[in-house]
Design a protein around this ligand. Structure first.
Ligand SMILES: Nc1nc2c(ncn2[C@@H]2O[C@H](COP(=O)(O)OP(=O)(O)OP(=O)(O)O)[C@@H](O)[C@H]2O)c(=O)[nH]1
Ligand SMILES: [Mg+2]
Length: 448
């Protein structure tokens, strides 16, 4: 028995249609009280849209369509009813109130999806994917959520869990039948398999890549004053976002622009020119620039190719040695003093592109390079922070299990193997506590 819940499933605001959704044992009865089918009241056929009126007692609230989806062929695997009303909040609110008066209870955020999970229709990673899909802002985030929703994450985790079960079984055999399998044999067979599994899990934990898939790539334009950072931001976004003047030290605040490249979101941040300065306002700007630099997935080091390199350029390049850098030789439309070879001495790892903020065509190779970097995140199977955290913990337990086996304490190893299995189970929801579910679903919107 489950109580019957109801909520508005559509976003508030004006729109063509609003949907009120009902789920639970009494869904059909609640629907019967708030919906009058046109031309008679025969009991509704499952999975069939019916035209009629939404009512509250004798009062007609709207003309609408209704559908009943009998269990188990529904989103929650319970009886589900939906009313498709005219859009706008007022009508849906009244119909929802009628549903509540007819015996339903207002759903908690995420409660429909929670029921879909608890009734075994989807695993926890897919339940979370529903919310990720709803929240996805760009095409890349949508693709990542869809991979998760269609079971990509669950398949990866289940495969890892199966390998782990096999390892656990091998260890149990060695502990239970020592005369048939010696400790040495078991260790020789199992340790490399544990290490390989830990390695595969760690490889799947690309925190930076996962953030790029969820939120977009962060690229920061940096360089000494006047090299053309703000001009490049404006040219790349084709918007007049940042102030450009021939005066060094024009930009103070960081200015952010958004680009969509091959469906990937790229955040471009223009920063204050980096230099030592006594001006207190400019110094605050430089501090912000430093922060943007530290948080960037890729740094676009802008150089003025119409002038020789300065000590400021060199000092900055030196600081960027450990970061992913694309060097931009800007002002390619002017007579050139710099060539890529000058830069590769300073930054051997950096790609070097000749560009001009005055010629948008020259920016194509840069846009391609950014798109390529962002798209690398498309192949990731683990994207949600909660999943990465659990996989990392599983890998750490596997390390400890391998260590315990090396030290000849097989029973300790089995404790860590079990802990690793539990951590993997958290991702798919195979072994989770109520508290964890509360945390996962608290993030949801009402009506989903
Ligand atoms: N010819 C030419 N001039 C450019 C180019 N890019 C920028 N400029 C000029 O260089 C000057 C400085 O440009 P900004 O974009 O303000 O430079 P910035 O790096 O943002 O400077 P700060 O904000 O002071 O750090 C302006 O006069 C621009 O018009 C370019 O590709 N070619
Ligand atoms: Mg500027």
């Amino acid at each position: 028995m489950s109580d019957t819940i109801a909520a508005i499933a559509t976003a508030p605001g004006e729109g063509g249609i609003s949907i009120v959704r009902i789920s639970g044992d009494e869904a059909e009865q609640v629907l019967a009280r708030v919906f009058r089918p046109a031309g008679g009241s025969s009991s509704p056929e499952s999975h069939r849209l019916t035209y009629g009126r939404a009512v509250d007692g004798d009062e007609v609230l709207d003309e609408c369509m209704a559908v009943l989806m009998r269990a188990p062929r529904s989103y929650t695997r319970e009886d589900v009813a939906e009313l498709q009303l005219h859009g706008g909040g007022a009508t849906a609110q009244r119909v929802l109130a009628a549903c509540l008066a007819a015996g339903a209870r207002l759903a908690e955020p995420g409660e429909f999806t929670r029921r879909a999970f608890l009734n075994g229709r989807i695993d926890l990673s897919r339940a979370e994917a529903v919310m990720a899909l709803i929240r996805s802002r760009g095409e890349q985030a949508r693709r990542a959520a869809l991979r998760q929703l269609t079971g990509g994450t669950a398949a990866f985790v289940r495969e890892a869990a199966d390998r782990l079960y096999a390892i656990q079984a091998g260890l149990a055999a060695a502990i239970d039948y020592p005369e048939e399998i010696s400790d040495e044999e078991a260790t020789a067979d199992l340790r490399p398999r544990i290490a390989a599994l830990a390695e595969d899990l760690r490889r799947a934990c690309d925190e930076q890549g996962a953030r790029i898939a969820r939120e977009g790539l962060r690229a920061a334009l940096c360089g000494r004053p006047n090299v053309g950072k703000s001009s490049l931001l404006n040219a790349l976004t084709r918007e007049d976002l940042a102030i450009v003047t021939p005066i060094a030290g024009t930009t103070r605040d960081t200015v952010r622009g958004e680009l969509t490249l091959d469906g990937c979101t790229v955040w471009l941040t223009d920063t204050a020119g980096l230099r030592d300065t006594a001006d207190p306002v400019e110094r605050l700007g430089v501090a912000r620039a430093e922060k943007a630099l530290a948080e960037a997935d890729t740094v676009l080091l802008v150089l003025d190719a119409s002038q020789p390199l300065t000590d400021e350029d060199r000092a900055l390049a030196e600081r960027l040695r450990d970061q992913r850098v694309i060097a931009l030789l800007n002002k390619a439309d002017l007579p050139q003093c710099l060539c890529p070879a000058d830069v590769s001495v300073l930054l051997p790892q950096a790609r070097c592109l000749s560009v001009s903020a005055r010629d948008t065509g020259s920016l194509r190779p840069l846009l391609d390079a950014l798109a390529e970097q962002a798209k690398a995140a498309d192949s990731l199977t683990l994207v949600q922070p909660r999943h990465l955290d659990a996989a990392r913990r599983a890998a750490a337990h596997l390390d400890r299990a391998a260590q315990a086996m090396a030290e000849g304490t097989a029973d300790l190893a089995s404790v860590d193997l079990l802990a690793a299995q539990t951590a993997l189970g958290e991702i798919t929801g195979d072994a989770v506590e109520e508290k964890l579910l509360d945390r996962v679903f608290a993030d949801f919107c009402v009506g989903k």
